[in-house]
Design a protein around this ligand. Structure first.
Ligand code: CA
Ligand code: CA
Length: 292
């Protein structure tokens, strides 16, 4: 590790006084996004060797926080690529238990991509002020010793607040009245059923889906966006239904969207008398999908 990497790690280290006061603990809870700028890579590994001359690689970067994932563009034949691409991760459970996982892989036209290096950044080390640093890439297994120099990636990271991911920001302005509005936030799915066979993975059978959720309540139907090729989709749908009183049953159906045929059923969940147990206020739950 060179001097700039050491300085980078020191810059990313947690500040001892950051979360120690109740004010900053409350402030940290209000962070609901990680802003990430993928700046560059340097001294990356050669994966595509040539018979004559120096080889190179076609690096692309997979970024993940929990089930939320992004992929950078691929930079062809470049061991010191500049990306300057921006991503925003929704942190539904706040930053402190989460870790950013960064994996660099070499894209190949005719075979599956090859692992080049990986690093982890715990989000509890970050704050609202951007941290720009070079992170050294390690070997495939988490916690394993560095087997060989795999180069570095330069990231700029900060925590922030995005009102789009705050599902119920408003206070109840009419606390004495009978409820007549049901707010529904459909955040994300995870470990959903694969329904589609990808041409590149024919032998494995179905490996992915294009999931969309349909929510029905009080004779109304709402649909989320369709997230292409994902078994852990982030929908971030927000809906409002005008209802009379509390205690309406809610049904959620998740389907795989197909362009050339009818959509395929993936799972459903019935939530009986959804807001009945909590007539007012927030009601956030995770639900498992079942066969109908
Ligand atoms: Ca390649
Ligand atoms: Ca499909």
């Amino acid at each position: 590790m060179d001097a700039s990497s050491s300085a980078a790690l020191a810059a990313a280290a947690p500040k001892a006084d950051d979360a120690s006061t109740s004010t900053s603990a409350t402030k940290r809870k209000a962070y609901n996004v990680l802003n990430l700028v993928l700046h560059a890579g340097r001294d990356l590994l050669v994966m595509d060797t040539k018979l004559m001359g120096k080889g190179s690689s076609d690096p692309q970067v997979k970024l993940a926080v929990g089930s939320e994932k992004f992929m950078s563009t691929c930079k062809k034949q470049n061991l010191n690529p500049a990306w300057d691409e921006t991503f925003q991760f929704a942190l539904m459970d706040g930053p402190d238990g989460e870790t950013l996982e960064v994996e660099v892989e070499d894209w190949d036209l005719l075979s599956s991509n090859d692992f080049m290096g990986r690093c982890y950044v715990p989000l509890r080390d970050l704050g609202a002020d951007p941290t720009r640093a070079w992170y050294a890439l390690g070997s495939a297994k988490p916690g394993a010793p560095v087997d060989k120099p795999r180069g570095e990636v330069e990231l700029e990271l900060s925590l922030g607040y995005n009102p789009d991911f705050d599902y119920f920001p408003e206070e109840d302005r009419h606390p004495g009245m009978e409820p007549n509005l049901l707010r529904i936030g459909v955040t994300r799915g995870r470990r959903l059923l694969p329904m589609d066979v990808q041409a590149s993975k024919l032998l494995k059978g179905a490996t992915t889906s294009d999931p969309r959720a349909t929510i029905s309540v009080a004779c109304k139907t709402f649909k989320t966006i369709c997230v292409k090729k994902s078994l852990d989709p982030s929908w971030h749908g927000r809906f409002e239904a005008h209802v009379e009183g509390a205690g309406h049953a809610l049904s959620v159906v998740v389907e795989d969207v197909d362009e050339l045929s009818a959509d395929d059923f993936m799972g459903a969940v019935e939530i009986p008398r959804a807001p009945g147990s909590i007539r007012r206020g927030k009601h956030e739950r995770q639900r498992a999908l079942r066969e109908r």
